[in-house]
Design a protein around this ligand. Structure first.
Ligand code: SAH
Length: 411
């Protein structure tokens, strides 16, 4: 499905964040008690090390490394690599044994030396609106313990969008975000990013495919470009998931050096910048990394990206009641974006248990939006999705970690 002309796919969604226009969000009750969700039991492995795969993932090697292994180590023809890729990405094989057109001895060799998935799905939630969320635990790595991340499938008409995590936790510290509450533990590896896409693909009926990718899950993708870009390369290749780069959006808090790096190596992808405030005084309060970069620095990097790609700029703006949803903030934002050909995605704050922020009323959201529109700024307001499979990305991980009851299955 192609994006509408001139519309950045980034405006379409983000899961688990765009939902929940709950009033009185502060200290919202834990979804553990109240959500009418369907939670599918999975065979969760303990995070204490048992069952930790010792074999590396096949997906962790580049195409060149895979080909070298196939030809030089296993003594097979080059085309075998493409066969394997087809099995994994198109036929949804999760084990080498399934790859029936490979010679048996070769399959056995592959299975002896590699695994495809290294993670375990420890929770699978299904929303009544069709949104699905997986909590995946990856094994310990180096000095890091097991790491849990979330990925989400959003169904919207013909679209099947995955919201992908790039890190375990997040180091950016945006004050309203659940993912960063405990800081960043580590960046995800290429295979761990691809595993999210494959596992979500596995949730779809066989005649459906992922159509869009948004790097809007846990973590800061621009702080992990060495893993994010190779994974997106595979996702967008014909032998991988075949998703057009125009349907792949990288969302960033605004790391300007990395935006420039993206211009060198990843400008095929859509970029969305999480602005959240039009002035430094306000943005410093909400997005701590702003102190180093500044709104001007971000706007300059965004302008460079626009100049080079010719695409409309997309800014995300999470509305926090009484903080950045005032008329003054709206006017300042309109001043900042005047004449910029920018799209603003307004995202009503999705309550995070324990955080003192509130979702603005619908009236306040409409008022903010009108100020922008009257000044000629194009505005979209995120749709509600996945309300009932709990709030913002990063929350499920915390709930499952903290609660001995967890999200009770079938409650
Ligand atoms: N670090 C990147 C990508 C991950 S966050 C970034 O900052 O863009 C993806 C989007 O979700 C960001 O715009 C972020 O501000 C938003 N978000 C995080 N927590 C949220 C919450 N509780 N409610 C609404 N949006 C949230």
């Amino acid at each position: 499905m192609s994006a509408e002309p001139g519309v950045n796919p980034a405006d379409e969604m983000v899961v688990g964040r765009e939902s929940a226009w709950h009033e009185g969000a502060a200290g919202a009750a834990s979804p553990v008690k109240s959500l009418p969700l369907v939670s599918i039991p999975t065979s969760a492995a303990p995070s204490t090390g048992s069952g930790v795969p010792t074999k590396p993932s096949w997906l962790g090697m580049s195409a060149v490394e895979q080909e070298r292994w196939v030809t030089e180590v296993a003594g097979q023809a080059k085309f075998r690599r493409k066969q394997i890729e087809k099995w994994i990405f198109q036929q949804r094989a999760t084990s080498f044994n399934d790859m029936t057109d490979l010679p048996l001895a070769f399959r056995e060799r592959l299975a002896a030396e590699f695994t495809i998935f290294t993670g375990q799905v420890v929770r699978h939630q299904v929303s009544k609106d069709g949104t699905e969320k997986l909590l995946i635990e990856f094994p310990p790595m180096g000095r890091h313990g097991a790491g849990r991340i979330e990925c989400v499938l959003i169904r919207e008409k013909q679209r099947r969008t995955i919201c992908v995590s790039s890190q375990v936790g997040c180091g950016m510290g945006c004050v309203f975000c659940a993912s960063g509450l405990d800081g960043v533990d580590r960046s995800l590896q290429v295979n761990e990013i691809l595993e999210q896409m494959l596992r979500i693909t596995g949730v779809l009926p066989v005649d459906e495919r992922l159509s869009h990718i948004v790097m809007m899950g846990m973590g800061e993708p621009l702080a992990n470009l060495p893993n994010v870009l190779p994974a997106l390369e595979v996702a967008s290749s014909d032998f991988g998931l075949g998703i057009s780069p125009r349907r792949i959006t990288i969302s960033t808090v605004g790391l300007t050096k990395s935006i420039d790096r993206l211009l060198e190596v990843g400008k095929r992808y859509q970029l969305a910048i999480s602005l959240h405030a039009p002035t430094n005084s306000l943005r410093n309060q909400i997005v701590p990394t702003n102190e180093k970069i500044g709104v001007e620095g971000i706007m300059e990097a965004a302008a460079r990206f626009k100049r080079e790609t010719g695409r409309r700029l997309t800014f995300e703006y999470v509305l926090l009641g009484g903080i950045n949803d005032t008329l003054e903030a709206a006017e300042d934002l309109a001043d900042l974006l005047a004449g910029q050909d920018a799209l603003v995605n307004l995202i009503p704050y999705n309550p995070v248990a324990g955080l003192p922020y509130a979702t603005p009323s619908n009236q306040a959201i409409a008022r903010f939006r009108k100020v922008l529109e009257d000044r000629g700024v194009v505005v979209k307001c995120r749709q509600r999705k996945g309300d009932d499979i709990d709030a913002a990305c990063g929350q499920l991980r915390r709930l499952v970690d903290k609660s001995s009851v967890g999200l009770a299955d079938g409650n």
